[in-house]
Design a protein around this ligand. Structure first.
Ligand SMILES: NC(=O)c1ccc[n+]([C@@H]2O[C@H](COP(=O)([O-])OP(=O)(O)OC[C@H]3O[C@@H](n4cnc5c(N)ncnc54)[C@H](OP(=O)(O)O)[C@@H]3O)[C@@H](O)[C@H]2O)c1
Length: 262
């Protein structure tokens, strides 16, 4: 399979850890030029950049904060200035709104409207802003691939606050609309909806928890960040010839773990 990624410019948001970092490394192995965004942890992003270059790609680091949309435009402009355009976008960055995935003990009515605005603003409007910023260049080139990272929570819900899942389900509508809007210009857009994923950002989860989750999946195992990254790279590559507007769920998405899943 030819991914046609050698030398292509790829922007992976939120690539300083987890699925985004694995995705950046996977694009590096394909020889792509990979722009890696971080928010608070440039040190971790630097390590990912070194891995990308060791793997045969090129890397460029830039800060992007979904809660400050000026940084989105600035990040895209920086990459375009350096490499002449962006051909693939992986919109993976997430505002968790705390120390990690949403707290299931929080009651719906106790979530402030300010938190709703912040969550939707970052994870839905911030993602739309990132897409908006890269689209003109893709249209001009007549080629582009966009992968939006949602979550199984978008469909399964979560027994806690609602803003995260609401924002993630909004990405489905975004992708469907954009598939029609960009298709004639050679731009394909898809959503990846991972379930509970084993990442470097979630160490220390007890084995009895992950084992129980794995047992609830068809394959009896949870996806790793590399599993999800490989799926993303296929969708966001020339190997994807005509798949657009779809939501792809991974094997972990069947695990019913809303109390700890993202
Ligand atoms: N892990 C899972 O089980 C799982 C399941 C379903 C869906 N997902 C989705 O998969 C994606 C990656 O999740 P993950 O677990 O790999 O995440 P993660 O390891 O926690 O990494 C999150 C990334 O987003 C960046 N970030 C944090 N706040 C940000 C903000 N306000 N603006 C821009 N970037 C910000 C972080 O940068 P810094 O660290 O530099 O601040 C980091 O690079 C997310 O969209 C998530 O919703 C994950």
């Amino acid at each position: 399979m030819n991914t046609e990624l050698s030398g292509r410019v790829v922007l992976v948001t939120g690539a300083s850890s987890g699925i985004g970092a694995a995705t950046a490394r996977a694009y590096g192995r394909e020889g792509a030029r990979v722009a890696i965004t971080y928010r608070d942890r440039p040190d971790r992003a630097e390590k990912v950049a070194a891995d990308v270059e060791d793997a045969g790609g090129q890397a460029h680091l830039v800060r992007l904060d979904l809660e400050d949309l000026s940084t989105v435009d600035h990040a895209v402009a920086t990459v375009v200035e350096r490499w002449g355009g962006i051909e693939v976008l992986v919109a993976n960055a997430v505002r968790w709104g705390g120390d990690g995935p949403p707290d299931p003990s929080v009651r719906f009515e106790d979530v402030s409207l300010a938190e709703w605005e912040a969550m939707i603003g970052a994870n839905l409007i911030g993602t739309a802003a990132t897409v908006r910023a890269v689209l003109p260049g893709m249209r001009a080139k007549g080629w582009g691939r966009i992968v939006l990272i949602s979550s199984s929570v978008a469909e399964e819900g979560l027994p806690g606050p609602g803003p995260y899942g609401t924002a993630k389900s909004g990405l489905y509508g975004l992708a469907r609309s954009l598939a029609w809007n960009g298709g004639r210009d050679g731009i394909l857009v898809n959503v990846v909806a991972p379930g509970f994923t084993l990442t470097d950002s979630r160490p220390g989860i007890p084995a009895f928890v992950t084992d129980a989750l794995a047992a609830a999946t068809p394959t009896h195992r949870l996806s790793t960040s590399d599993d999800v990254a490989n799926l993303i790279v296929f969708l966001g590559s020339g190997a994807n010839g005509n798949l657009t507007g779809e939501v792809i769920r991974d094997g972990s998405a069947a695990a019913r773990a809303p109390h700890i899943g993202g």
